[in-house]
Design a protein around this ligand. Structure first.
Ligand SMILES: [Zn+2]
Length: 458
């Protein structure tokens, strides 16, 4: 069937690719202060697009950091109101030498657009922009009410988003939030992410003396902070992969038989996964499969570790201090603050004597889990199947999208994670890419999704 929308999209494809590439050329790296101007430029670019297609109340909202772009279209009487979230900021480009070309000079290679932000997440904002434009251009109205929230600090912990959501709670009243910042499953299978892990990040500092000591003169008489830190870390996790912090698993909602069946049904080649990583074996918590460990169970990992002499050759010292950065990925219903307190108490308890141990939080985010049978999730599944020709798989991602919990807890909204990037998109890495067919079909998916939502019984 060729609809007006299809016809419109066919005749506008060159212009659409040009606007996509134009957006990608703005180097909106949120973490590096020298790109603050570019972040603002990207925000203004998005605002200009929204305004140009007839979205109303468009503003580049100040946050104290990079701005948040807001805009709405609220003329669909008796239809649901949906918040659409994406982020226009991108990751830094290092290591730059591994890019085929300059990260902010995007180009098309085969059926991919290569460039920083092509997938994460400018490509997905662009899908929503062009979908809205196409529907308004062909029908003159949208089937649902939309409120766009496009932020510029997702890649640097969304520092100002929660306060902005709090301050704009009334204006953001809605039935649902759709976050497009996720992707498809292995084999480019359409997917809806229903679970995201949270995070609790800590730093452990172990301090002995003011300066390094001579290990001959003092060795045997004093605590060695590096040894002490190693003892602490070794106490955190058993050889069975279980985290030994008392109370750590108390709030973990156990995987049901249905959950485990859903994991088992995913097309996943464990052997290829292992060989792709170049590892002799995969390891993890006893009693769980690799996918369950990755998406459905909490973790504890050392992210960084430093102490003492690290130059060439030998230097006989007892280091003055030792440090570790450690993070836990959390699952429902673990609370990052509670987990921090449990970790700190346990580390203090197992810390050997003769040194001073400090544990501090470097941030956290809540896990989230959307019921697969939620009508809005089911409607998204129908829209994906109708446009991509394949029913989506429901996946639990190992990563964290803390903004998801922000929409759930601050605005009290159900969240649907509807993202379209291919699994091999190299997000955050050199040669980030987006599949153009995914981008093009996703525009139709979004349009179909709004129709599906409008058709739900109210
Ligand atoms: Zn992202």
């Amino acid at each position: 069937m060729t609809s007006d929308l299809d016809a419109y999209l066919e005749t506008t494809s060159d212009r659409r690719l040009a606007s996509y590439l134009e957006f990608l050329r703005i180097p909106s790296i949120s973490a590096q202060p020298e790109y603050a101007g570019a972040c603002r430029q990207a925000a203004e670019w998005v605002a200009g697009q929204l305004h140009g297609m007839g979205v109303e109340n468009v503003e580049v909202g100040e946050t104290g950091g990079h701005p948040i772009v807001y805009g709405d279209w609220l003329h669909a009487a008796d239809a649901p109101t949906v918040i659409v979230y994406g982020h226009y900021d991108v990751q830094p480009v290092d290591p730059i030498e591994l890019w085929e070309t300059a990260p902010f000079e995007p180009f098309v290679k085969g059926d991919r657009v290569i460039g920083r932000g092509s997938a994460d997440d400018k490509g997905q904002i662009h899908i929503h922009l062009r979908a809205t434009e196409a529907i308004l251009a062909t029908r003159g109205s949208l089937p649902v009410n939309l409120k766009f929230v496009f932020e510029g600090e997702e890649e640097s912990s969304s520092v100002h988003l929660d306060a902005w959501l709090e301050a704009n709670r009334e204006r953001l009243s809605a039935d649902l939030a759709v976050i497009s910042d996720s992707g498809f499953f292995d084999g480019n299978l359409p997917a809806i992410t229903v679970g995201l892990r949270g995070i609790c990040y800590i730093q452990v500092d172990v301090v002995g003396t003011a300066v390094d000591l001579h290990s001959g003169q003092f060795g045997g008489a004093v605590q060695n902070p590096a040894n002490a830190l190693a003892q602490i870390i070794a106490a955190l996790k058993g050889p069975d992969g279980r985290i030994r912090v008392p109370g750590f698993y108390d709030d973990v909602v156990a995987l049901t038989d249905a959950d485990r069946a859903a994991f088992a049904e995913l097309p996943f080649d464990e052997e290829r996964y292992r060989t792709d990583l170049g590892l002799p074996a995969l390891v993890g918590e006893a009693g769980y499969t690799t996918l369950e460990r990755r998406g459905g169970r909490p973790t504890l990992d050392v992210n960084g570790l430093w102490a003492g002499f690290q130059g060439e050759g030998a230097k006989t010292i007892i280091p003055a201090h030792a440090h570790a950065k450690i993070s836990c990925r959390l699952v429902t219903a673990q609370d990052p603050n509670t987990i921090f307190e449990l970790l700190r108490a346990y580390i203090m308890e197992v810390a050997p004597p003769g040194c001073v141990v400090d544990v501090r939080s470097l941030g956290g985010g809540r896990p989230s889990l959307t019921p697969t049978d939620h009508p809005a999730t089911q409607a998204a599944a129908r829209a994906l199947e109708a446009t991509f020709g394949t029913a989506p798989v429901f996946i639990r991602e190992g990563g964290s999208i803390p903004v998801c919990a922000s929409f759930e807890t601050i605005l009290g909204l159900p969240v649907v994670l509807l993202g379209f990037t291919p699994p091999d998109d190299n997000a955050h890495a050199p040669n980030e890419s987006m599949s153009l067919p995914n981008h093009e079909t996703a525009i139709r998916t979004v349009a179909t999704y709004w129709d599906e939502l409008a058709a739900l019984p109210r």
